[in-house]
Design a protein around this ligand. Structure first.
Ligand SMILES: Nc1ncnc2c1ncn2[C@@H]1O[C@H](COP(=O)(O)OP(=O)(O)OP(=O)(O)O)[C@@H](O)[C@H]1O
Ligand SMILES: [Mg+2]
Length: 262
């Protein structure tokens, strides 16, 4: 669906490249994770994909057609994004207003808007909170509202840019399980950005970024089995991965396989 060919980007002339000859493809309907330590270029890559930044060199293709560099809106229409800090993205006084905002901007008729907002809030389990102030919700609830706001315009791609990194473990689980449900139910492509290896287990495909380079890519099993690259990319190996490698002579086992083996 989206293909980035040899993308480089530097913020200012004198800076080092934030992205270095990145080529990435992802399929429509897939759940793709981009994993990398602080400053590895994840958010820069997201901005390029969304058409917010123009690459210094390289090209982007959608369904095989090059994206018109002079028309970044062509990209932006297709994407919705949920950011890291839930408090920075609310615009409405109530949960309901907030989720309706994106549709108001598109000039959607009132009746359709009411239906869509209700459906989106029910999808993330936040309908009963519709009259609450967004700022008074828990971190996980805030991100669920942000996901509803992102989904209500029916984007082709939902981007989560470290959207769970400020949440406690329960909040993380809550958000990841909602995402899994959404992915199973709709054909939305999900681009999941994280620095946390524990969060990629359900991805169809994973890219690892280090200092603006893609240093590994493949299935979850492929990237977990190359421990050296994970360590040299400053990614912390979670306990279950260390355990699975110890039990299985360095090979990776999924959570279920570890339980089975134990
Ligand atoms: N607005 C900017 N101006 C100049 N340099 C920038 C700017 N934004 C990011 N950079 C630099 O580009 C590189 C990549 O940053 P980016 O924000 O894409 O990384 P990231 O992987 O998203 O990091 P984090 O995990 O902290 O969110 C870093 O070296 C960073 O210092
Ligand atoms: Mg970032």
């Amino acid at each position: 669906m989206i293909s980035l060919k040899d993308i480089t980007y530097k913020y200012h002339n004198d800076d080092a490249y934030a992205l270095n000859h990145i080529s990435i493809d992802f399929k429509r309907g897939s759940f793709v994770s981009i994993l990398g330590h602080n400053g590895s270029g994840k958010s820069t890559l997201v901005k390029i994909i969304m058409g917010i930044l123009l690459p210094t060199s390289g090209a982007i293709f959608i369904d095989g057609k090059p994206v018109d560099r002079d028309n970044p809106l062509e990209l932006q229409r297709r994407f919705s994004i949920v950011f890291q800090n839930p408090d920075n993205q609310f615009v409405g006084a109530t949960v309901l207003d907030d989720v309706a905002f994106g549709l108001e901007n598109l000039g959607v008729p009132h009746e359709t808007m009411v239906e869509k907002v209700e459906a989106a809030l029910k999808e993330v389990g936040m309908w009963e909170f519709r009259n609450h102030e967004p700022h008074r919700l828990s971190g996980g609830q805030k991100q669920r509202v942000a996901i509803a706001g992102a989904l209500v315009t029916n984007p082709e791609v939902l981007i989560m840019d470290e959207a769970t990194s400020m949440l406690d473990p329960d909040g993380r689980k809550e958000v990841l399980s909602i995402l899994k449900k959404i992915h199973a139910k709709r054909d939305t492509t999900i681009l999941y950005i994280t620095h946390d290896l524990r969060e990629i287990e359900d991805s169809d495909y994973v890219f690892i970024l280090r200092k603006g380079h893609v240093v590994n890519e493949g299935t979850v099993r492929d990237v977990y089995e190359d421990t050296e690259t994970l360590v040299s990319s400053n990614l912390e190996l979670p306990y279950n991965i260390k355990l699975s490698k110890a039990l299985c002579d360095g090979a990776y086992m999924s959570y279920e396989e570890v339980v089975e083996r134990l």
